[in-house]
Design a protein around this ligand. Structure first.
Ligand code: TRP
Length: 350
């Protein structure tokens, strides 16, 4: 990897972004941006169609929301290219090429795809689909979206991919596809992208307990754009350590979502050890712990984000931002495709 490796990551425009996105990926994007890496952020609109192709009509307004979320956390479109997947033909063409070199067996049993399929079936109340046979109920596009995601990363020769833990199988697939392409055509065209997962909090739990991941549609998320009063309501009602029903009981921070939140913001606050101690000894009750977290960390953090969002709302044209980012992405993609065509010998004289 070069020392200022190209960073590529992104999101599905299915709704507003939440704290889990911030901890897992958004804050890393800002760090890389500040360190001077080239950063590309993909708004993966094709992927929205995976679970439910009839939802295409809501993508447009979700794109507007998500761009405001980006700006609110400090992503600067002057330094970072924000672009739309479906508007970069090189990604679609590379997807076709990668499909030809990806063995079926590399896709079967992808744990993240399986999980998403299972959850979708549950939401739909489909009990007729046999466990382990989920993919038969879904489209080819859903089953194979990790191939398209490899093209999302490789079209611009992405090297660093900051994502949540659940995305790891996809990034590993992209590495394998890159390696296979380079082997077949005998030239090292593609880098092997590296998956960067937050080590302190690989997976931020939701408000409903430590076993569930914070998710857009799971009803367990604190959204970056939630009004402050609503955030406190949500936090007050959040699940904590079940073995600590009242203040004075000894607590178990490692199974408590609120402690996971403290931990996630550790870099911004250096006194995490005292929260652990006070929880374990019983001197800090769960309500007081939530209040302390809200007052010292969450509220000031969200306030900053909301202020930036307000400024952006009054001063920027989100479609102009995405037009410029997409233009940069297309430039990168055309360069890659030219090389790909050349090494494959499909650069026809026409
Ligand atoms: N699958 C990712 C998600 O659901 C979004 C995504 C699409 C992505 N293409 C990508 C992430 C490329 C990293 C790199 O969050």
């Amino acid at each position: 990897m070069t020392d200022k490796g190209l960073v590529l990551t992104g999101d599905r425009p299915t709704g507003p972004l939440h704290l889990g996105h911030y901890i897992g990926s958004l804050r890393k994007r800002v760090e890389y941006q500040e360190k001077g890496h080239p950063v590309f952020i993909i708004i993966a609109d094709w992927q929205v169609l995976n679970e439910d192709p009839s939802r295409s009509g809501m993508i447009r307004s979700n794109i507007e929301t998500i761009i405001l979320d980006y700006l609110s956390v400090g992503i600067d479109p002057k330094q970072t290219n924000i672009f739309i997947q479906s508007q970069v033909p090189a990604i679609t063409i590379l997807t076709e090429i990668f499909q030809q070199i990806t063995p079926y067996s590399w896709l079967a049993n992808n744990p993240t795809v399986k999980d998403e399929m299972r959850r979708h079936l549950e939401r739909m109340g489909r009990t007729d689909v046999k466990v382990g046979k989920e993919e038969r109920a879904f489209t080819v596009g859903f089953f194979a979206y990790p191939v398209s995601q490899a093209a999302d990363i490789l079209f611009c020769l992405g090297e660093i991919v900051p994502v949540g833990k659940d995305q790891e199988p996809h990034i590993n697939l992209a590495r394998d596809i890159a390696g296979r392409f380079n082997d077949i055509y005998g030239r090292p065209i593609f880098p092997k992208p590296e998956c960067v997962v937050d080590t302190i909090t690989p997976r931020l739990p939701g408000l409903g307990g430590p076993d569930e991941k914070m998710g857009k549609s799971a009803g367990n998320a604190i959204f970056l754009s939630d009004p402050i009063a609503l955030v406190w309501e949500k936090l007050k009602g959040a699940y904590t350590d079940p073995e600590k029903p009242k203040k004075g009981d000894t607590g178990h921070p490692d199974i408590c979502p609120i402690f996971a939140y403290w931990n996630a913001f550790e870099a911004e606050w250096d006194n995490i050890a005292s929260v652990r101690e006070d929880c374990e000894s019983g001197s800090l009750g769960c309500f007081d712990c939530k209040k302390r977290f809200f007052d010292t960390i969450l509220q000031p953090f969200l306030q900053r984000i909301h202020e930036r969002r307000e400024v952006a709302l009054g001063s920027v044209d989100v479609w102009e931002i995405v037009r410029q980012g997409t233009s940069a992405a297309n430039k990168a993609g055309e360069g890659t495709l030219e090389l790909v065509r050349e090494v494959m010998g499909i650069d026809y004289p026409m």
